[in-house]
Design a protein around this ligand. Structure first.
Ligand SMILES: [Mn+2]
Length: 357
């Protein structure tokens, strides 16, 4: 954690006429404080910054939270402990994470701080975190590198007769052996007809000769999520498999060649989508082209038909077109890229030609 993030947040406080911002959601809290535990709370005012956690995380917070005044109250109820600090006074305006805080917590805040106005600042923290610092790009690059390497090792394990769940377990073992802190999310291994479900949960189904296998997975490094998808063929691909694979690959390459700062998320999505529509599979690409990555697996910005914001230098996004055909299966290909001024830099190097194993 660096002072820079607090400075940027305080500029937002000024911009929105806030006296303070209350941060509670784990990945936002990590971003602003450096704290990687679960229970914690930060209150950032124009001049001060307070961090509260409970006894279980005392040592960890002392090590990780270097730019805030640390309070470890006796009670685990951090809102009540915040009230005791008397920092939030009547008449103050305090922002909160409306998209993250539970209704119960919001109600408690109203009871504990009757004279304070709480203002919904949904997405403020997420927007701040969307543009990455150089050190964050290095961490994500490291996560992407572990992910690529794991995929190459996994290729030796993809054989007829092994189940989707077993392949998932092997991949998790390989990634952790290579330095991943944990799986970025529950790995998707979707074989054969299961590939038609974009978020298929790996099950007992055995891999069979002639099937496509879609594997969506990622390593985590310093809290940063990689998110990569490859679709491979077990044995020789038939004409239909080759056709669908080629369309998805062309759509992805076209989007990768187009993405740069200044274009909207909508425009990026359209480049891949238009090609898939032209080929007659528009109905089979029902999700957005991509999403931001960071301390969250699905972060800002988005590449989707609804996202009108412009991409900025040093945002990191996934690029993941797919075609899903019920009763047949599916193909998705996904890389992670850093948005640059004139183009984008691909952090993913795993091969994308159709692999017939
Ligand atoms: Mn993804």
């Amino acid at each position: 954690m660096n002072q820079e993030r607090l400075i940027r947040l305080r500029l937002e406080l000024e911009k929105y006429d806030l006296d303070a911002m209350l941060v509670r959601y784990a990945s936002n809290l990590r971003y602003i404080s450096g704290y990687s535990g679960s229970n914690g709370l930060a209150l950032i005012t124009r001049k001060d910054a307070f961090f509260l956690t409970d006894f279980r995380y005392k040592t960890q917070a002392e090590q990780e939270v270097t730019q805030m005044q640390l309070r470890v109250p006796r009670e685990a109820d951090l809102f009540a402990a915040l009230a005791e600090t008397a920092v939030l006074k009547a008449g103050m305006v305090c922002g909160f994470e409306g998209n993250r805080l539970s209704y119960e917590s919001f109600t408690r805040l109203g009871l504990l701080f009757p004279g304070t106005e709480f203002r919904d600042m949904s997405m403020l923290m997420e927007t701040l975190a969307a543009v990455k610092e150089e050190s964050e790009i290095l961490d994500l690059e490291k996560a992407a590198g572990i992910t690529d390497k794991a995929f190459m090792e996994l290729l030796n394990e993809i054989k007829p007769g092994i189940s989707e769940r077993q392949l998932d377990a092997k991949l998790s073992y390989i990634m952790k052996s290579l330095g991943s802190e944990r799986d970025s999310f529950d790995t998707i291994v979707a074989s054969g007809v299961n590939g038609a479900k974009p978020h298929h949960k790996p099950g007992d189904k055995l891999l069979r000769e002639g099937e496509f296998i879609t594997i969506d997975f990622g390593a985590m490094y310093q809290g940063y999520h990689a998110d990569v998808t490859r679709t491979v063929c077990l044995g020789k691909a038939d004409a239909k498999q080759k056709e669908i694979y080629d369309i998805v690959l062309q759509a992805q390459l076209k989007a990768l060649a187009f993405i740069r700062a200044g274009i909207t998320g909508k425009a990026a999505d359209a480049v891949a989508r238009d090609l898939i529509v032209q080929k007659g599979y528009g109905e089979n690409f029902g999700h957005g082209l991509g999403h931001g990555l960071g301390y969250e697996i699905h972060a800002e910005p988005r590449l989707s038909p609804k996202y009108e914001e412009k991409l900025q230098v040093n945002q990191i996004v996934t690029v993941e077109p797919g075609i899903y055909i019920p009763g047949w299966g599916g193909v998705r290909i996904e890389d992670n890229v850093v948005v640059k001024e004139k183009d984008c830099r691909n952090l993913t190097t795993a091969p994308k030609n159709l692999l017939e194993l």
